[in-house]
Design a protein. Structure first.
Length: 298
């Protein structure tokens, strides 16, 4: 019971971040499961099993709030389903050690993407500059689906910043469209894992907790999209994802002395706290500037 409640809290927080920022649920959930020793393919399968009800509720909630562009949704979701299915099949076909290193590396990268995006305003994922921008929707969907399946998360960090560049929509509509498309991708990825039999060892109690927390928070997150302070939330999520997966990568490479691990972890948490505070101050100042700017009459 306590295990379910603990994962329900984690799922609720992850969905709050995902529903307002357009990224975070898969990366956070997969990171937690991987840190608990769950096999990579199983961790990704469990994360996507939890995504099925949470992304469905989240997508419906964003639709009710008017946060979805149906045309963009279809053009990014269908390629995402193809990439997701292929990614699931690939992950179930490689060795355990290789899969663990690959998934931790991907999650580490996406933690850096999130941290730099919200903590420093820097985009690691390049965006197209020339030509008809909507033609990039399919490649973005395929890439997002593939890395989402093989990394246990990554749909949001790939697709959300890309859509913010190649479409003219305001952030809340991008977030809503990405969340709704993620349901279709989760269905495809889950089908891929069923084909590879990775579903047999799924830890269902943690999945149940993630589902309960995510489903309860999804409608609230959809309503708050574009209203909560994005910068400090994204900074803290990115920093924690980096920390957990860096520990895994270092352990795979041989590890560090325990005392050095402790010192580095404390130092990193202090740094992330400081960055989150600075990001919040900067965002707050920007909001005050927008509110205080007088309208210019034509």
């Amino acid at each position: 019971m306590w295990l379910v409640l603990a994962f329900a809290m984690a799922g609720g927080l992850a969905q709050l971040v995902d529903g307002t920022l357009g990224m975070g649920f898969g990366v956070t959930s997969a990171t937690v499961l991987l840190a608990l020793g769950v096999a990579p393919a199983t961790a990704s399968a469990a994360t996507h099993a939890a995504k099925l009800p949470t992304t469905l509720i989240s997508g419906l909630s964003h639709w009710r709030e008017g946060n979805i562009d149906a045309k963009i949704l279809v053009r990014v979701a269908l390629p995402g389903m193809v990439g997701g299915f292929l990614g699931a099949v690939v992950l179930t076909g490689i060795s355990l050690e290789a899969a663990k290193g690959w998934m931790s590396g991907l999650l580490l990268f996406f933690g850096a993407v999130i941290l730099l995006r919200f903590g420093f305003g820097v985009r690691l994922i390049p965006v197209p500059k020339n030509g008809e921008r909507t033609r990039w929707l399919a490649p973005v969907g395929v890439l997002g689906g593939f890395v989402d399946a093989t990394g246990g998360g990554g749909w949001g960090p790939v697709v959300t910043p890309s859509l913010m560049t190649i479409t003219r929509h305001e952030p809340r509509k991008v977030v809503g469209t990405v969340n709704a498309a993620e349901f279709a991708v989760a269905v495809s990825v889950s089908a891929g894992f069923i084909t590879g039999a990775a579903h047999q060892d799924i830890p269902w109690l943690p999945v149940l907790g993630l589902v309960l927390g995510g489903v309860c928070i999804a409608p609230i997150a959809a309503r708050l999209a574009g209203r909560l302070p994005h910068a400090p939330m994204g900074t803290m999520v990115g920093g924690l994802v980096i920390l957990v997966n860096l520990v895994t990568v270092v352990a795979l490479l041989g590890g560090l002395p325990g005392w050095l691990d402790a010192v580095l972890i404390v130092a990193w948490l202090a740094l992330i706290g400081r960055l989150a505070w600075r990001a919040w101050e900067k965002e707050k100042a920007g909001r005050l500037h927008v509110v205080g700017t007088p309208e210019v009459n034509a």
